[in-house]
Design a protein around this ligand. Structure first.
Ligand SMILES: [Zn+2]
Length: 120
């Protein structure tokens, strides 16, 4: 059997804006809302944050700056994640800034713990 993979390029049909590979009947309104919400989250976090909008049985978004990604998991619930080649730091918080700050704190604690090893 020779099957051709379905395209992830969304197609517009009236109010629908959905890729054949998704097939979830995603709407163009949801696509626009995901972009607007992502842009608002970038602005809330400050300079350098970029939006990532993606489709998978609905339009979703996250934002990233460098290797740090922030997701909104519902009202007042944000998840920040920093993946490095040495491991992952992540934290849930009520605001995106608190989630990112918690990761920064975790990273500083790890760095301080390692630096303490090098001190006499
Ligand atoms: Zn879809």
């Amino acid at each position: 059997m020779n099957t051709k993979p379905l395209s992830w390029t969304p197609r517009r049909r009236g109010d629908i804006y959905c890729a054949p590979a998704c097939g979830g009947g995603c709407t163009h309104a949801a696509f626009l809302k995901a972009h607007a919400d992502a842009k608002r989250l970038c602005k809330r976090l400050g300079p350098g944050w970029e939006a990532d909008v993606y489709e998978n049985l609905g339009w979703h978004y996250s934002v990233h700056k460098g290797q740090c990604h922030v997701y909104r998991n519902g009202p007042g619930r944000y998840w920040a994640s920093l993946e490095t080649k040495h491991g992952q730091f992540h934290h849930h918080a009520r605001t995106p800034k608190k989630a990112v700050d918690a990761i920064v704190k975790q990273c500083v604690e790890v760095a301080e713990a390692m630096l303490a090893v090098t001190r006499p």
